[in-house]
Structure formats: structure tokens, C-alpha cells
Design a protein around this ligand. Structure first.
Ligand SMILES: Nc1ncnc2c1ncn2[C@@H]1O[C@H](COP(=O)(O)OP(=O)(O)OP(=O)(O)O)[C@@H](O)[C@H]1O
Ligand SMILES: [Mg+2]
Ligand SMILES: [Zn+2]
Length: 262
């Protein structure tokens, strides 16, 4: 809430009742920083993360296992574990990543693979949200959109204060945690392959973790991303699968429809 403050004939608005936007309050005559500073820093981290609105509420606490069938087994693993157990393994890895990152931000990343609507982005965003709440820097990038945005910097009509190609690539290279969503869903040209390579290679060299999501199976990644990028990605990210017998979006749509009918 904004409050009006008057002083020396001037009128100006303040957002913090506690400190009047000075950033500190006096406690026993000692200046201590006001809690609004922390709130502002968190709001900035959240804005800079570019996490989409619809994923801001994802959290491990709200992660539901009901979409992962106990009676469907993943034949590819050879040990016949259920979709439910596979989801539990991925979920545990997400929790492990959060605690590892908080101890040492140069930790191994994760690669979530699986079909459309199996919860990969959801789980990646659970990690992003948990770390943002702890004040850690995260950048969420949908790979095809990031590449389009980089390409648009070549547009001669762009404004002079728009980010440059270097700004965008550098932000993806340097973010303490980078979420690469929908990796492999972009079109393939030498240019797109090189951009993805240059971001991943930089992060590997500086031991900066990546959480990636993709519909492509790890064994097919090389055919799409190329040998050099895939080799680096698999070195820096441990692969986990999420499998569903039905797209979670379709399940949730059915749930919503049946609530409307009742
Ligand atoms: N475990 C879960 N608990 C609750 N909601 C979930 C869960 N997993 C996914 N959802 C919801 O289901 C929808 C699809 O999930 P998500 O976007 O993570 O799928 P995806 O595997 O990334 O799909 P795609 O390959 O199409 O990108 C989202 O609206 C998400 O909020
Ligand atoms: Mg997704
Ligand atoms: Zn304040």
C-alpha cells in the first residue's frame, strides 16, 4: 500500500510504513535495516528470474503424485519400476538439488526428460521457486523463446536501450542457476546449435548448474543437439524421467470439467 507523506511543503508517497522508504529503522537508537529491503530484493530476484506467472506457485509441497500410475511400469529401465516410483526418484533428486545448491552453488544440475505434460517444467519450477525464496539468483529460459529473443536483437528497428545479443547470452551464461525449459524444441540451424552450445559450454567451464527439461530421450539428444553440446549437458546434469499414462494437462482439464458439471 502506498501512503502519502508530507514534509516541508512537499508531498510524496511511501510504500513502507515502517521506515518511510529510508530502508532502516531505529531500534534502541541503533539503525537496523528494515524488512522491506529484503522484500524488495526478493521481488527483484523474482522479476529478474523471468519465471512465468503460472509457475510461480509450483512447490515441492504441492507436487502431486496422483498423476503417476503405480500400475504402469517403465520397461526401458529394465528393472520394471512404476511411473509412480520414477516420479518419486525425480522428486527426491529435485529436493536433493535444492539442498546441495544451498551448500555449494557449483553442484551438478538435473535433466528432466519425458512426454508432453508429464510435469518436467513443474518440477524444474519447484526448484526455481524454492531457491528464489532463499534469495538465490535463478533465470528461467524457454529455449525456443530465448533463441527468438536473441535473434530479434539483430532487428534494425530495435530500440537503442533494448538488450543486445551479448546481454541476453551473458545473462544465460552467468545466472547462478539456469533453467533451460523445452530444450530441443527449437528449430535446428548451425546458429541455434552454436548459441545453445556456447551457453552450456560456458556454464560447464564455470561449474554453474543447469536444470533442463526436454521431450527428447537422453539417447537421442545427440542427434538433435549435436555431440559436443550433448556430451557437456550429460556431464553437468543427471538425467531423470517423468512418465505418465495421460498428459497431466488433459487430466486437469477433465477434473475441471467434472467440477463444472457437478
Ligand atoms: N506433479 C504435479 N502436481 C501438480 N500439478 C502438476 C504436476 N505436474 C504437472 N502439473 C501441472 O500439469 C501441467 C503440465 O505440466 P508441465 O508443464 O510441467 O509438463 P511438461 O512435462 O513440462 O510438458 P511439456 O513437455 O509439454 O513441456 C501444468 O499445468 C502443471 O502445473
Ligand atoms: Mg514443459
Ligand atoms: Zn521499510
Amino acid at each position: 500500500m502506498r501512503l502519502e507523506r508530507r514534509g516541508r511543503g512537499r508531498e510524496y508517497s511511501v510504500t513502507c510504513r515502517l521506515c518511510g522508504d529510508r530502508g532502516f529503522i531505529l531500534r534502541d537508537e541503533v539503525a537496523v535495516s528494515c524488512k522491506c529491503l529484503k522484500e524488495k530484493a526478493l521481488a527483484k530476484l523474482l522479476k529478474d528470474s523471468r519465471l512465468p506467472q503460472s509457475f510461480l506457485k509450483c512447490s515441492l509441497e504441492n507436487f502431486s503424485f496422483k498423476y503417476y500410475a503405480r500400475n504402469c511400469t517403465d520397461m526401458e529401465t529394465g528393472i520394471g519400476i512404476s511411473y509412480y516410483e520414477i516420479a518419486q526418484i525425480a522428486f527426491k533428486a529435485a529436493g536433493g538439488f535444492i539442498s546441495n545448491f544451498l551448500k555449494d552453488p557449483h553442484t551438478d544440475g538435473l535433466l528432466f526428460t519425458g512426454q508432453v505434460g508429464s510435469g518436467k517444467t513443474y518440477l524444474a519450477c519447484c526448484i526455481a521457486n524454492a531457491l528464489l525464496k532463499k534469495g538465490q539468483g535463478v533465470l528461467f529460459a524457454v529455449v525456443p523463446d530465448l533463441l527468438d529473443e536473441i535473434r530479434s536483437t539483430f532487428d534494425p528497428g530495435r530500440a537503442s536501450d533494448d538488450p543486445t545479443e551479448f546481454d541476453l547470452v551473458d545473462r544465460a551464461r552467468q545466472a547462478p542457476l539456469l533453467v533451460l525449459d523445452d530444450l530441443g524444441a527449437h528449430n535446428y540451424t548451425d546458429w541455434t546449435r552454436n548459441k545453445v552450445y556456447s551457453i552450456i559450454n560456458y556454464r560447464l567451464n564455470h561449474r554453474l548448474p543447469v536444470i533442463a527439461t526436454t521431450n527428447i530421450n537422453p539417447e537421442n539428444l545427440e542427434g538433435y543437439l549435436g555431440e559436443r553440446t550433448t556430451s557437456r549437458l550429460l556431464e553437468m546434469c543427471r538425467p531423470y524421467r517423468l512418465l505418465v499414462d495421460m498428459d497431466i494437462r488433459a487430466v486437469q482439464r477433465k477434473e475441471r470439467d467434472s467440477r463444472l458439471i457437478r
